[in-house]
Design a protein. Structure first.
Length: 353
């Protein structure tokens, strides 16, 4: 059966209109919509429009601020702290990047930490805004109100998957690194559980601390957990990465897991680097191009066609879906039926239907 494909601009208009009808300021709604669709374009379909229905529910429950701007808590030029006031995460991150660009040009690098943001969606969706300007972005996020990942050697959740991402310029396709400190994410775990499916490998621990492939262990009483990146053998590496993310986010923000939980959200860290302030852009891309060529031309192991750099598949997916239409995951449109009917905004028609 042919999968339905949708025009990317039509999906952005739909999401913008739906968020606006739910009460979000038009400028904020447009940024959130663009960010969600960008996630799908890059192939991150658990963190694209799959988040639109949950975001609408947050609006309806009064859990998301729908207009205004962040409060500046501290500003030392190259280092800033904002209170996000539970505004939409994509809007805050986009505003943050726009704020950091001139400061990174001036100082060489500039850092923003945001506390009390709402969820920021797919980290990879922001990276091109930096690399297209010849800059490198380091971005990390944690959710102090959620715990699903146990520390290595433990069986009680302390962390979220604590993602960290980097956008790294080259003279061609940039490196778009978006990884989590855990083996799998909450989004994929929830999707598989709803479908009654399991992972293809042990990436969970049940409540007794025994390895499991079943995402349903997260909802038992007491709950199981997601293993840190590296699993049973090398989970100390993911554990260490989570500690770094927690320090960069909650530590620098002064707002994290030591505070009372305040709903689904994020504490965000981002640093923008301008290579011209160091060895220069040409010297930077000379090094990243060499790495890219050495990896792509590397002899592949059996059953692998070729070595891919992080971002290769995402950029290819983005180009193909902009041309041929976005192939949304089958669960997304049904999730939005209720909201489309409530606000009188029909879901876009498939362009290949």
């Amino acid at each position: 059966m042919t999968e339905n494909r949708y025009s990317a601009p039509a999906l952005v208009r739909y999401a913008t209109d739906l968020l606006g009808a739910a009460g979000m300021d038009a400028a904020l709604a447009a940024v959130v919509a663009e960010t969600l669709v960008e996630g799908d374009l890059l192939g991150h379909d658990t963190h694209g429009l799959a988040l639109l229905a949950p975001y609408i529910k947050e609006i309806q429950n009064g859990a998301m601020t729908l207009a205004g701007s962040a409060d500046v808590v501290s500003d030392r030029g190259a280092s800033l702290l904002w209170d996000g006031r539970r505004l939409p995460g994509p809007w805050l991150v986009r505003q943050g990047l726009d704020t950091l660009v001139p400061r990174a040009r001036q100082f060489g690098s500039a850092t923003l930490v945001i506390r009390r943001s709402h969820h920021i969606a797919c980290l990879a969706a922001y990276l091109l805004r930096a690399t297209e300007q010849g800059m490198m972005l380091l971005l990390a996020s944690s959710d102090p109100a959620v715990a699903s990942v146990a520390p290595f050697g433990g069986r009680r959740a302390v962390f979220t998957p604590d993602p960290i991402a980097a956008g790294i310029p080259t003279s061609g396709t940039p490196f778009l690194v978006d990884i989590s400190s855990s083996i799998v994410t909450n989004g994929m775990s929830g999707r598989l559980q709803k479908a009654g499916k399991q992972f293809g490998h042990d990436c969970m621990l049940d409540a007794q601390g025994l390895p499991s492939r079943d995402p349903a262990v997260l909802n038992t009483d007491p709950p199981g957990t997601i293993m840190p990146l590296g699993g049973q053998e090398s989970g100390h590496k993911g554990f260490g990465l989570a500690l770094i993310v927690e320090a960069l986010t909650g530590g620098l923000a002064g707002h994290g897991r030591a505070n009372p939980p305040a709903g689904w959200g994020a504490t965000v860290f981002m640093t923008l680097y301008d290579p011209t302030a160091f060895a220069g852009s040409e010297a930077f891309t000379r090094q990243t191009d060499w790495i890219a060529e050495s990896c792509r031309s590397n002899p592949p192991v059996p059953d692998v066609e070729a070595v891919r750099l992080p971002g290769d598949r995402g950029m290819a997916s983005r180009a193909a879906q902009m041309r041929d239409g976005v192939a949304l995951h089958a669960t997304i449109a049904p999730m939005l039926v209720e909201h489309s009917e409530r606000y009188g905004i029909p879901f876009p028609s498939a362009i290949n239907g």
